[in-house]
Design a protein around this ligand. Structure first.
Ligand code: SF4
Ligand code: SF4
Length: 166
C-alpha cells in the first residue's frame, strides 16, 4: 500500500470507492481494428499460443495504418474474444487491453473520462474524477513494478475475470 496514494485514516478509506471493476460485458472488445500490438507483444502472444511469430502474424494479425493489429472477427469482435470465456489470450493480452481504462488520454481529461464512462459500465459513476486519477496513478505504479520486476504479462488492469481464464 502506497502512503502517497491511499488514505491515511479509516474514515477516508471508508469513503474510497473502486474507480473501475470490469463487468465483462465485452463492449471494449467490439469494433474494427483498435488493437495494435508491439513487436514484443507479438512474441509474447505467439509464445502463449505456442505457435511461431510468423504463424501468429499470418493467422491473427493484419496491417493497418502501417502497424500490426489483431484481426476483427466476422461478428465484429476481436478475434480472441469468446462470449463465454471472454479474452482467450488473457494472460498475454496487449498492454492496451490491460491498461484500460487508465489511459493517459482519460486520466488527463475529465471530458474523456465522461465519454469513457458512457462506453464502459466498469467505470464507477459514483467515483469522482479526482479519485479515478488517484487510482490510475496507483495502478500505473503497480504496472511498472510488474513490468520491470516480475516480467509477468498476465497482470490484468482492465478486463478482469476471476471465474475463468480471462
Ligand atoms: S472493460 Fe468495460 S467495456 Fe470492457 S468488458 Fe469490462 S466493463 Fe465491459
Ligand atoms: S485481446 Fe482480449 S481483451 Fe483485448 S480486445 Fe481482444 S479479446 Fe478483448
Amino acid at each position: 500500500m502506497q502512503s502517497d496514494t491511499y488514505p491515511k485514516n479509516p474514515e477516508e478509506a471508508k469513503k474510497m470507492v473502486k474507480a473501475f471493476e470490469c463487468k465483462m460485458c465485452g463492449e471494449c472488445c467490439y469494433g474494427e481494428g483498435g488493437i495494435f500490438i508491439s513487436d514484443q507483444e507479438i512474441s509474447e502472444i505467439a509464445k502463449f499460443l505456442d505457435i511461431s511469430r510468423a504463424d501468429f502474424i499470418r493467422i491473427y494479425c493484419e496491417k493497418r495504418l502501417g502497424q500490426t493489429g489483431i484481426k476483427t472477427g466476422k461478428d465484429g469482435f476481436c478475434i480472441f474474444f469468446d462470449s463465454e470465456k471472454q479474452c482467450l489470450i488473457h494472460p498475454a493480452k496487449p498492454q492496451r487491453c490491460r491498461k484500460w481504462p487508465f489511459f493517459s488520454a482519460i486520466v488527463k481529461s475529465k471530458d474523456n473520462w465522461d465519454l469513457a464512462k458512457d462506453a464502459c459500465p466498469g467505470i464507477n459513476p459514483e467515483c469522482s474524477f479526482e479519485e479515478f486519477v488517484r487510482q490510475a496513478s496507483k495502478q500505473s505504479h503497480q504496472q511498472k513494478h510488474i513490468d520491470t520486476s516480475v516480467k509477468n504479462p498476465g497482470h490484468c488492469t482492465g478486463y478482469t475475470n476471476t471465474q475463468n481464464n480471462t
